[in-house]
Design a binder for this molecule. Structure first.
Ligand code: ADP
Ligand code: ZN
Length: 349
């Protein structure tokens, strides 16, 4: 399979297997003074050979390893890494390469965007969720007071999406990423949605090429949207589908639910709300699709608590709840609702 290139702003996204030589070429073009890799303990073990190879080829200064998991995504980790970079003599002409899932990349991007007011950054996502969604668009940050409370927009110079990494991914992580892919297919509609609708976890597990197609269409959809709106003022808000409810559910579960699972429940519930408010006709179909990919669509919540959490979301200003709803497949829009209205709809569903 050949490599595919996408761009948004000055950021290049390269999708395809065996991208390691492309990484060398990209670093050659940047021509940095000193490079540090940032990754987590799991990737450092699973991809020891890959990282060793990069270290040798690129004469990497050091590989900085953080503890896997969301608990690392805090300002203390950032301070440790900032200090590590100073100790290793990185300058404004240096490069950071982040290799990992959302946690690693959120931190590595934040480090790159703040160290000496911002240095070059290359991102190598290794989870499906990061490859299909979160590593695209330049969001970085850490949890502070709230989830992702502090952060920046900082598109990497290059993002290498190599499906080879997905072979070691636990199934729960695969399904979590699929929720974002399904979200993109609903936003985009057309052939992408049909492909997702007529397949299932079983068929894509058997057919690597089909799985690759899902990933490619997902990347393409996201890149198209962020190209039109980097700072989430308009179109990018569509990507929030499933997330107003999803974030609230994540919070109610004390973050024990994986992000994609909460998003799946969010898409299911927001489809129901879309039927009530915009006359969306395919809510049953959407719920079926999510279930065909082994994703949860229900959660035992208290309606009042859920609405309270939605109001706390940083995207919801002046007491109203902004939710991206579905008018039709391929046609979504942000809608501002007051809580009494949502309470009433949720009580019926
Ligand atoms: P995301 O937010 O993208 O789901 P995280 O950074 O929270 O990602 O990663 C989830 C878990 O998966 C972490 O424990 C991480 O170390 C692990 N992980 C990341 N990439 C891989 C991979 N390619 N194979 C196996 N485990 C991985
Ligand atoms: Zn998400």
């Amino acid at each position: 399979m050949s490599l595919k290139l996408y761009t948004y702003y000055n950021s290049k996204v390269i999708y395809g297997p065996d991208s390691r030589y492309q990484v060398l070429k990209a670093v050659g073009d940047i021509n940095p003074y000193k490079i540090c890799v940032i990754t987590d303990g799991n990737i450092a073990t699973l991809y020891q050979d890959y990282i060793r190879w990069l270290e040798n080829e690129l004469e990497i200064e050091d590989t900085l390893i953080i503890e896997p998991g969301e608990k690392s995504k805090n300002i203390e980790t950032v301070i440790t890494l900032w200090r590590d970079l100073f100790e290793r003599g990185l300058t404004r002409k240096s490069l950071i390469i982040g290799i990992g899932g959302g946690v690693v990349l959120d931190i590595a991007g934040f480090i790159a965007s703040t160290y000496m007011r911002g240095i070059d950054y290359i991102s190598i996502p290794t989870t499906l969720l990061a490859q299909a969604d979160s590593a695209l668009g330049g969001k970085t940050g850490v949890d502070f007071i709230i989830k992702n409370g502090i952060g920046t927009f900082y598109p990497p110079r290059y993002t290498f999406i190599d499906p080879v990494f997905l072979e070691t991914l636990p199934i729960i992580e695969v399904k979590s990423g699929l929720a974002e892919i399904i979200k993109h297919s609903i936003i985009r509609g057309g052939g992408f949605y049909e492909l997702v609708a007529e397949n299932s976890l079983e068929t894509i597990e058997r057919d690597g090429e089909l799985f690759g197609k899902f990933l490619e269409l997902s990347i393409e959809t996201k890149v198209n949207i962020i190209n039109k709106d980097l700072h989430e003022r308009g179109l990018r808000r569509l990507l929030n589908l499933g997330h107003t409810v999803g974030h609230a559910i994540e919070k109610l579960s004390s973050y024990s639910l994986p992000h994609g699972y909460a998003v799946s429940i969010g898409i299911a519930l927001e489809s129901r709300i879309s039927r009530e408010i915009l006359g969306f006709k395919y809510d049953d179909e959407v719920v079926n699709i999510l279930e065909n990919y082994g994703l949860p669509t229900e959660y035992n919540y208290d309606v009042e608590e859920l609405v309270h959490e939605m109001k706390m979301d940083k995207k919801n200003w002046h007491g109203k709840i902004v939710m991206t709803l579905i008018e039709d497949i391929g046609r979504c829009k942000p809608v501002e609702l007051d809580d009494d209205h949502i309470l009433e709809v949720l009580r019926r569903n």
